[in-house]
Design a protein around this ligand. Sequence first.
Ligand SMILES: [Zn+2]
Length: 359
Amino acid sequence: MKVFFFILVFVFGLHAESISPLPLANSLSSFEKTPIPFDIPSLKIVWKARIEAIHATGVLPLIDVESSFNPSKFDLIDYAQIMDDKGVALIALSPQIGDKAYAKEGKLWHDVPRTLISADASRYVPTSTSGIYPAWTSEPKSFINETIKQVTKQHYPLLGEFEFRHYLSTRQVKRNESYRDVSIPIDSEAGHVLFDFAEKTGISFQIHYEVEDALLNPLEKMLDTYPHANVIWCHFAQIRYSGNAKRFTPSFVRGLLERHPNLYFDLAFGDKDSVYKPSNEHQATIWDRNTGKLKSEWTQLIEDYPYHFLTAFDIGGDRHDELPKKIQNSREVLKSLTPKTQEIVAYKAFWKLVFKEDI
Ligand SMILES: [Zn+2]
């Protein structure tokens, strides 16, 4: 019912200063859960109106396909204001289960997207629990079974990011968090269950999968076995040990996309100067550091397959405050593309992949 209220607000009384109504409180703990299943058709009307409202102000609307958050530290009003100020239409926001909650309750699922939608239906796309340490990495099979059960029951339109191969990030090395060094084979039993679910339902999922020559064939085999499973490979062309990733060239990726129309990438990577400390290498290899633009051969690939590349911020539970910077990075990436491709990568590709229709 709440959704219809938002529709009425859009139709009859949109305030000039805010693109959508602001949440009524900062903290998620102030809100009840919305009933399930999610009413995706009604939500889509609200989301579409928000995209159009941003467009009407002359700003290119952005949809972030890949971010996660710590619900206990999340500030709803702060995020709503930044999103409105900077033309962000939607964030597909996936909750993280912290190690304390997992240790205490053995939780495999976080139900907070229901609260998020009740608090602010116009700005977020409910996205399933992040596949990260400790729940996913400790018991991948149980985690994916629970995810499938809940996603099916609640009508989630999108699955969060599953870490199959994940090196330590620079900040994890600093914090000595070696448990984030994750290696779950993509063709393990849990991987097959995930791909099979996506194959049968058309619901996309995201993978964190470091670029390594030895990991490419197993992924291709899975994409072949499940040709209708839509896979979003996060952090396009982020290479942290170039010695292990010699095959990942623009022509190789072009071949990948030709062979696997079910493969997508998100464009969450560091800025041109970002260095991966453990290897001391510039990890965002897509940038031409002389011109400050994307390298032309990568740009050409995105221009040729625009619906296969999606804007993403990669917010995490330990870095909610990075939203303005991530938005700026994403807009910087778009600058290297033609206006038509910018529109697609910014939001149209998301809509087409997740809702199977053009916007
Ligand atoms: Zn990731």
